[in-house]
Design a binder for this molecule. Sequence first.
Ligand code: FO1
Length: 325
Amino acid sequence: MFKREPKVVLLAGGVGGARMARGLVGSLPAGSLSVVVNIGDDEHFHGLTVCPDVDTVTYTLGGLIHAQQGWGVAGDTANALGMLRKLGASNTWMHLGDADIGVHLFRAQCLASGETLTAVTARITHALNVQATILPASDDPAPTLVDTDQGVMRFQQWFVRHRAQPTVRALRYVTEQARVSPAVAAALAEADLVVIAPSNPLLSIYPMLKLPGFSEALKTTRAKHIAVSPLIGGKAVKGPLAQMLVDLRVGSGNEAVARLYGDLLDGFVIDEADARDVSVVTAAGVPQVIVGATRMDDRQKATQLARTVLQAGGLRQEHLAPEEV
Ligand code: FO1
């Protein structure tokens, strides 16, 4: 099928995307995986650009992630944040650890000297020995705004400061001035398979699909598109997806997720706990529905899921990395 190693592109948000990336890295030959990451959650704190989803994927693949939290660096301290609070700084509700701040300082310095977010991310991932190419979806800001019963707010304000409590009325993806980065456009153009991670479609995947040119680039690639459902037993593994589907009147469960992706999907992997959804997902127009174990509690389960996804995407055993025993 391929004369070279297969090229796989993963579209990812935070925790679910990072775990899927870890499974794929363990299943593919070196150099095969590019992870295109949501930047709709990015925010400025204390003069620094914080990219939570890019950093979550980076720390997970670099073996630094705080596993229970799902974000931040394991064992991190918070001395800088403590001092900022003492000094009366604003927006100290966002918990930034010291090691994490080190990354944000480095990023700020590189951005200030004119580097793109893609370039600085490449430096960080190289230094942290990440075995995949991590590509921010855009080098331009493209924030997600959350329209709630308490007003319009930026994503981290709603999610962290207000603990995702205000009822969501609408989401606005401020993508008009942003462009898909050249590196993302190139990765999509040469992809053999595009995987959509079990991330929140509305908060993690749509902010990328809504970038001018992104959906078109996806539709014109020869690659198959396989999504993994973020729902298990009808509920999100992490985060506010299930409630958000209700609040936004999108429907519920896997049928709603499949409809959100519309005709983009060639295949949809749903959890065995939701096997009864096969008929509604098929009726929503998805050509291939695969039932599997989608919970990625550990590396082995993530690798198993990755192999299911790669197989559904047409990759044969000989395209994969040998299984670890
Ligand atoms: N999530 C929280 O619930 N509380 C926090 O204080 C918090 C801080 C934080 C700092 C850096 C980072 O990369 C992520 C952080 N997150 C925090 C997670 C983040 O808000 C979300 O998980 C993502 O934006 C959604 O994918």
